[in-house]
Design a protein around this ligand. Structure first.
Ligand SMILES: Nc1ncnc2c1ncn2[C@@H]1O[C@H](COP(=O)(O)OP(=O)(O)OP(=O)(O)O)[C@@H](O)[C@H]1O
Length: 266
């Protein structure tokens, strides 16, 4: 029998991410307290908010690094977590399904997380070889093409320690792209970079957006949000306070909390 509680509304295109009243706690700390949002395919979806508002936690739930403990979360049309009513049974994907579904999601972290003992090309080809079983020669060729795409054709044989932060972050983006993801998640990808290195990383992200990649981006780069974003959500205290087109929210915020936050970052 069909379990209607798991069904998404059938009357429109399935969104890439759909959250309905998503909750997540770490012990007594309630971090997500009812997140509702929808990311459509091809959108650049920007998440902003003060430190501790739950932005990273939400990304980690979408990427199956954390499990939601209330509400319902769908990723690419699949229900990945929900609880049946208050205090009810928790539904979650099995570990094997999680591993499979994580292949379709690329994640770029603030601190790059490259393997230090591998060259740029080896970092990029690692997952296709190890996870997908791609032949090494083909993976190496693709890694070089991806490094060229992020402007690092001449750095394929360099180790992370020989690269600037901005270059390392572009390797990290190439590495995520190597798995041919349907969705890319960026968690403050430029926050750890010297200001003069931020532009190159944002240019790569802008290129991906132009190619139609679906992206959820946690960032404090409001210029990028305004110029490239299709939708923006302001989160505070584990809830969505305000959402809309970036130009609207950034120019004419409706809520006092949004105004207070933007006055600090704009
Ligand atoms: N694994 C964890 N265990 C316990 N508490 C956690 C864990 N991860 C995050 N937290 C806490 O959850 C809250 C929200 O963290 P989160 O990283 O999601 O916020 P954020 O909005 O991304 O903040 P920032 O901009 O500083 O990264 C914080 O109070 C944080 O200390």
């Amino acid at each position: 029998m069909t379990d209607l509680s798991k069904a998404q509304p059938a009357d429109r295109v399935v969104p890439m991410v759909r959250a309905e009243a998503v909750h997540k706690s770490y012990g007594p700390l309630q971090v997500l307290r009812g997140i509702d949002l929808e990311v459509r395919a091809g959108q650049v979806f920007v998440l902003v908010g003060p430190s501790g508002s739950g932005k990273s936690t939400f990304l980690r739930c979408v990427n199956h690094l954390e499990k939601v403990d209330g509400g319902r979360l769908w990723v690419d049309g699949e229900l990945v977590g929900y609880r049946e009513g208050r205090g009810g049974r928790l539904y979650e994907l099995k570990d094997r399904e999680v591993a499979h579904r994580r292949r379709d999601i690329g994640m770029v972290f603030q601190h790059f997380n490259l393997f230090p003992h591998m060259t740029a090309a080896q970092n990029v080809m690692e997952a296709p070889v190890q996870v997908k079983g791609e032949p090494r020669a083909a993976a190496r060729e693709r890694a070089r093409a991806l490094l060229e795409r992020v402007g690092l054709a001449d750095k394929a044989d360099s180790y992370p320690a020989q690269l600037s932060g901005g270059q390392q972050q572009r390797v990290a983006i190439a590495r995520a792209l190597a798995m041919e993801p349907k969705l890319m998640l960026f968690d403050e990808p430029t926050s750890a970079l010297d200001p003069e290195l931020v532009g190159d990383v944002l240019d790569v992200m802008r290129g991906l957006a132009e190619e139609g990649m679906t992206m959820v981006v946690v960032t404090h780069e409001m210029g990028f949000a305004r110029e490239v974003g299709d939708a923006l959500v302001f989160m505070d205290g584990g809830v969505v306070v305000e959402s809309g087109h970036p130009r609207e929210v950034l120019t004419d915020p409706k809520h006092e909390r949004t105004r207070a936050f933007l006055s600090k970052v704009l």
